[in-house]
Design a protein around this ligand. Structure first.
Ligand code: FES
Ligand code: CO
Length: 328
């Protein structure tokens, strides 16, 4: 695992990662929220000015700041009551009220952004914002989170893998009588991310609202190390859906995933769409958690077929991007 000493934060912290639902921090002054990302404990809290993210470790004696509480727009440590403003600066030491804390008495801070109904964090991000989902329908339904006992790259590769549909999702996304994967082209975005512009497949049940099968045109795009987008368009019209998979790399071999469904379906209630996704992901989970190693092998160790071109391109891209967390 690559780390940038001395804080021990993995280099992947430069990519925006989702860590919580927007509603998890709805109340100003509400309790701080501990989250885990890249093997690192963080705390999110909301003051009057917005949401802040700190290392979950007080610079004084190392107590978890998530045990504290929000007082007057500042985060107060549970141990000796030191208070920190949203920039991480220590602004009050109750035991030494006349002491002006120097800059070094600060909590470790992360950047925070809101996107797709989630809070995202990064440290020294390479991109100004979390990944965008371009060309997707307006209605968004958040499915998950699902805590999964595998690495985030294993989960994203499963999302990019179409040759499992006829087996894992038989009767739903795939048909046992048609397991072949059509020839498809892998292309790359200007910044090198793999994508499949067109991929045509027969689906027995293409969405939560469809009762019959349809030919569906797929577009796949890798959005980041642990994020991908799928845009589906049934041939001859009908409900169009897009799904984004956002996997939070909690630890090297554990992730927490959200699936965003974007849909032109205005009739089916959120709960039914979420139930459909729960069913589909429940089918994937058993296989995902059985895969060994749990980290994604990017430099050999597994074999491919012609149907795996997108997975292979994803692995190459991870390797070229210097991603080491969750891969081997
Ligand atoms: Fe936080 Fe002392 S450990 S105030
Ligand atoms: Co699947």
């Amino acid at each position: 695992m690559a780390t940038d000493a001395p804080s021990g934060v993995p280099a992947e912290a430069r990519f925006w990662q989702p860590v919580a639902m927007v509603d998890d921090l709805a109340t100003v002054g509400g309790p701080p929220l501990p989250v885990r990302l890249l093997g690192h404990d963080l705390v999110l809290w909301r003051g009057a000015g917005g949401v802040a993210a700190f290392d979950d470790r007080c610079p004084h004696r190392g107590a978890a700041l998530s045990l504290g509480r929000v007082v007057g727009g500042q985060l107060q440590c549970a141990y000796h009551g030191w208070r920190f403003d949203p920039m991480g600066r220590c602004v009050r030491i109750p035991a030494a009220p006349d002491f002006v804390p120097p800059d070094g008495h600060a909590a470790g801070t992360w950047r925070v952004a809101q996107a797709h109904g989630l809070w995202w964090v990064a440290r020294d991000p390479v991109e100004p914002t979390p990944p965008a989902c371009v060309g997707v329908p307006a209605r968004r339904v958040v499915c998950g989170p699902y805590t999964v006992e595998t690495s985030a790259p294993r989960l994203i590769e499963n999302f990019l893998d179409t040759s499992h549909f006829a087996f894992v999702h038989e009767g739903w996304l795939g048909d046992a009588a048609h397991p072949e994967v059509p020839a498809y082209d892998v292309q790359h975005t200007a910044d090198g991310r793999p994508l499949i512009p067109h991929y045509r497949a027969w689906q027995p049940r293409a969405s939560a609202s469809s009762a019959e099968g349809a030919w569906v045109d797929y577009r796949y795009e890798v959005l980041g190390p642990y994020a991908a987008l799928l845009v589906k368009q049934p041939e001859g019209g009908g409900v169009a859906d897009a799904y984004a998979a956002f996997a939070c790399p909690v630890d090297e071999e554990r992730c927490r995933a959200w699936f965003m469904q974007f849909t032109t379906d205005t009739a089916t209630p959120d709960e039914a769409l979420q139930q459909f996704q729960d069913t589909i992901f429940g089918q994937d989970r058993a296989v995902l958690e059985s895969q060994r190693p749990r980290r994604l092998p990017v430099s050999g160790g597994e074999v491919h077929s012609a149907a795996d071109r997108l997975s292979a391109a994803y692995r190459r891209w991870l390797q070229h991007s210097g991603v080491t967390f969750g891969v081997c």
